[in-house]
Write a protein that binds this ligand. Structure first.
Ligand SMILES: NC(=O)c1ccc[n+]([C@@H]2O[C@H](COP(=O)([O-])OP(=O)(O)OC[C@H]3O[C@@H](n4cnc5c(N)ncnc54)[C@H](OP(=O)(O)O)[C@@H]3O)[C@@H](O)[C@H]2O)c1
Length: 331
């Protein structure tokens, strides 16, 4: 059936300014890393994208290698964009990235200008669009001068193939350096995409400070630790969950006794706050004004609805935060 977007889609979403830019992003964005590839069903992907857009999620995050197979998430997204969202292109923030292995030979991964420029051209073709809103260097390349990688982002920005550029998985020091080079080139760094959740705190050791100081936004990925910070694994590994899938990035071995003990205690605190654990994990990130948007993944529409519920309570009492810290610091 032809898609008619919900006319009330902007009524219940909060939009945060991304650093000191003019761009505002929804408090929750949707990533297409898992569940949107060639191994997944188009209809489920369609339902998730429609639901997300209908609830004010304007930002969809991709990368050249999302699938499996690599590239298939962009192809599937391009198909749904054409069928359902063509008339809404100006309401969407579409991002993609390059950094991980895409094709054989010396130019198929990392951070050379050759790779980044060719990869974005391929991504645009797969998605059937002329430009992306945000293009990221997906990971720092230890063997390519940072000037070259940032120079490639600057070129892409000037060509209009990306309206904004960002970096992902760069350390605090690398980030400061990248921002400075981009500034010199006259291309602002819009955003950083770090792995950040209750279970993964490295961003707190300097990165968030650099971003705040430089007026760069922050969009944490894997905010639910790939599903660990939900009620999913409290009683074993359910069939069809990411940890049970052969191509899922979450390994069964990550679901240790200690982790289950922690998530059980966190689940209790969430219950006392009137939230699900997924909602509390997202609220916990959004309590920090330096976090522009939280980048979730989902395998079905109901999960997105659940996650959106976090927006009605993003503040924490000091005692709640202290109790969460005690649990997270347990060995
Ligand atoms: N820049 C990078 O290097 C990088 C790396 C990784 C990811 N990312 C981006 O970040 C996005 C999100 O990453 P992620 O998928 O790992 O995020 P996540 O939100 O931590 O995990 C998503 C998974 O959690 C489960 N889930 C979500 N909502 C739930 C709910 N309400 N109740 C129960 N379970 C729920 C689902 O697992 P099941 O599938 O088991 O149902 C879902 O697939 C990616 O799509 C991608 O865009 C970027």
């Amino acid at each position: 059936m032809e898609y008619a977007a919900n006319p009330l889609r902007y009524d219940h979403m909060t939009y945060h300014r991304c650093g000191r830019s003019g761009l505002r992003l929804p408090a929750i964005s949707l990533g297409l890393w898992h569940n949107f590839g060639g191994v997944d069903t188009l209809e489920n992907a369609r339902s998730m994208l429609r639901l997300a857009f209908d609830r004010g999620i304007t930002h969809f995050d991709l990368a050249n290698n999302y699938g499996p197979p690599p590239g298939s998430a962009e192809t599937l997204f391009g198909q749904l964009l054409k069928q359902d969202f063509a008339r809404h292109r100006d309401e969407l923030i579409i991002s993609t990235k390059a950094g991980y292995l895409m094709w054989p030979g010396p130019y198929g991964e990392w951070g050379s200008k050759k790779y980044l420029v060719s990869s974005l051209d391929q991504s645009l073709l797969r998605m059937g669009i002329d430009y992306v809103d945000i293009f990221y260097s997906h990971r720092p390349d230890p063997d390519t001068p940072l000037e070259e990688t940032m120079g490639a982002l600057d070129l892409i920005y000037r060509q209009g193939k990306a309206l904004y550029v960002g970096i992902s998985n760069y350390s605090a020091d690398q980030t400061a350096e990248a921002i400075a080079i981009l500034k010199q080139l006259g291309t602002p760094c819009l955003i950083h995409q770090p792995k950040y959740s209750m279970m993964e705190r490295w961003a707190e050791n300097g990165l968030l400070d650099v971003l705040e100081q430089e007026g760069v936004g922050c969009i944490p990925f894997s905010p639910l630790a790939q599903g660990l910070l939900t009620d999913k694994y409290l009683k074993g590994i359910p069939t069809g969950s990411r940890a049970a899938l052969p191509h899922g990035f979450l390994k069964e071995s990550s679901i240790t006794e200690e982790t289950v003990r922690k998530i059980t205690s966190l689940h209790e605190i969430a219950g006392q706050r009137g939230q699900t654990l997924a909602q509390m994990a997202i609220s916990w990130l959004l309590k920090d004004p330096r976090v522009t948007s939280v980048l979730i993944g989902a395998s079905r529409p109901t999960q997105i609805v659940d996650c959106l519920g976090s927006l009605s309570n993003t503040t924490f009492a000091p005692e709640e935060l202290a109790a969460i810290e005690v649990i997270l610091r347990e060995p």
